[in-house]
Design a protein around this ligand. Structure first.
Ligand code: CA
Length: 226
């Protein structure tokens, strides 16, 4: 899943990027409001973490208001040093989905991000599945039947995206935009290569292939039970 961080304090922004990447997210960072606004409105993100006070024409609230006016419903987590009740309500009134007051523990931020990502799709479960394949987003664990499968960070991110969109054909472009960040070195066959790695781990050893190729388009993960 791809995350945008808009935060002008470089130290915090770097720490967030590092922590989120360790959790297998693709992460883009912007250090000011105007640049952040441009990225937020042109690239497809799954979650945005936006600092409230930002240099530039757009502050955090301005960005979220503009996004919602454009019909972009990506979940937004606001960061701020202001912790008073009225600041919190203005943040949420502007269209943010959640709010975290600085200083915060990275663990808490990661838990909030996970909660925002599962909000529209499932209620509370952290488990995504297709037939006997399961992926636990909070334990970062993948299993087929009872067998645990070790995946690299990118393989995990790719599988998570396929499972969140189970039974839906996804174009290679869509996959690329949600699983890889802006600065990633993407070659024309990068997606194919990672699908191959993933199949070798989650499909080949188990006989039945769950990842299907959609000819001339992309891929989907198929669950015959649902
Ligand atoms: Ca700031």
């Amino acid at each position: 899943m791809r995350v945008l961080v808009i935060e002008d304090e470089h130290k915090i922004a770097r720490a967030l990027k590092k922590a989120l990447e360790q959790e297998h997210y693709a992460v883009d960072v912007s250090y000011d409001g105007d640049d952040g606004y441009a990225m937020a409105t042109t690239e497809p993100y799954d979650v945005m973490i936006i600092d409230r006070m930002l240099p530039g024409e757009y502050d955090g609230i301005g960005i979220v208001k503009a996004l919602r006016e454009k019909g972009i419903k990506t979940p937004v987590l606001f960061l701020t040093a202001l912790g008073r009740v009225e600041d919190k309500t203005t943040g949420l009134d502007s269209g943010a989905d959640d709010y975290l007051v600085k200083p915060f523990a990275l663990e808490e931020l990661l838990a909030r991000v996970r909660a925002l990502l599962r909000r529209p799709i499932e209620q509370q479960s952290t488990i995504l599945d297709a037939e006997d394949l399961s992926l636990d987003t909070s334990k970062r664990e993948v299993k087929r039947g009872n067998k645990k499968i070790r995946l690299t960070s990118k393989e995990f991110g790719l599988l998570e995206f396929l499972l969140r969109n189970k039974n839906r054909p996804l174009s290679k472009d869509t996959i690329m935009q949600h699983v890889w960040d802006y600065d990633a070195d993407i070659l024309p066959n990068t997606i194919e290569v990672y699908i191959k790695y993933l199949r070798a781990k989650i499909d080949k050893p188990f006989g039945k292939g769950l990842i299907k190729t959609v000819r001339g388009f992309g891929y989907k993960i198929e669950d015959d039970n649902k």
